[in-house]
Design a protein around this ligand. Structure first.
Ligand code: IPE
Ligand code: MG
Length: 224
């Protein structure tokens, strides 16, 4: 969800206003995702590197998340959305941590759409955590393989993403799902996140549908 800051700056507003607008947009995109029948949606809300932003912006983002959980979780629950958190809980203020845990517990049996919220998330940290967990379980070197690493990631039990969309014209993964993205299709658009609407999501899905996915095999022999 990139480009909130630029969206605000272009209007002479503080960056936090862009994050608020971006959050409004998430609500719209989520509705469209449910409508389009998307089963799992993962949003990159706050990276482990984002703590280095100015204090005012970090506090603004934390306060938006607190507000969103309070206001939106009951509505998401009614829509059948299951919330999950991808990331480390360390550094997240205790009250917010409690809110996150309650939201996960409340929605855990919902199945219409899984919404993974990557918050205090880093792809390398995720892989490090998975390897640490394997070591802590006493895994032997032979037991460390692609499947065992996958099953210790924050996304354990979920399929790898099919499509990764990045807004605002950047051409980087920026530490997002770096393990899971091995064969994901990548889509970028110059549109800033607050302006990324239902039509754009549809265009991204249409583009995705026209791709030929080969998973390292030869044309016409893909495993799907
Ligand atoms: C939102 O966009 C991403 C978050 C970290 C919440 P940015 O804040 O990165 O916006 P730009 O890139 O400065 O425009
Ligand atoms: Mg950015």
């Amino acid at each position: 969800m990139d480009g909130n800051g630029r969206w605000a700056r272009r209007r002479g507003l503080p960056r936090v206003a862009g994050h608020r607008e971006g959050t409004e947009n998430l609500r719209r995109v989520l509705r469209a995702a449910v409508e389009f029948g998307i089963g799992i949606l993962t949003i990159y809300a706050f990276s482990t590197e984002n703590w280095g932003r100015p204090e005012e912006e970090v506090q603004g983002l934390l306060s938006i998340l607190r507000h969103v959980i309070k206001e939106e979780v009951p509505k998401l629950h009614r829509q059948g959305v299951q919330l999950r958190h991808l990331g480390r809980l360390e550094r997240i203020p205790a009250e917010l941590e409690r809110q996150i845990e309650e939201a996960i517990e409340l929605t855990k049996d919902n199945s219409r759409l899984i919404l993974n919220v990557a918050f205090n998330y880093g792809g390398r940290a995720e892989i490090v955590d998975a390897i640490r967990a394997l070591i802590a379980e006493g895994a032997s070197p032979e037991e460390v393989d692609g499947a065992s690493v996958s099953s210790h990631l924050y996304t354990a039990g979920q399929p790898d993403p099919d499509l990764i969309i990045r807004t605002s014209g950047e051409m980087r993964l920026s530490n997002f799902l770096i393990w899971q993205a091995a064969y994901a299709e990548f889509y970028t658009t110059p549109t800033l996140w607050p302006d990324f609407d239902k039509d754009e999501l549809y265009a991204a899905l249409k583009d995705f549908n026209q791709r030929e996915r080969r998973f390292g095999l030869v044309p016409g022999k893909s495993s799907e």
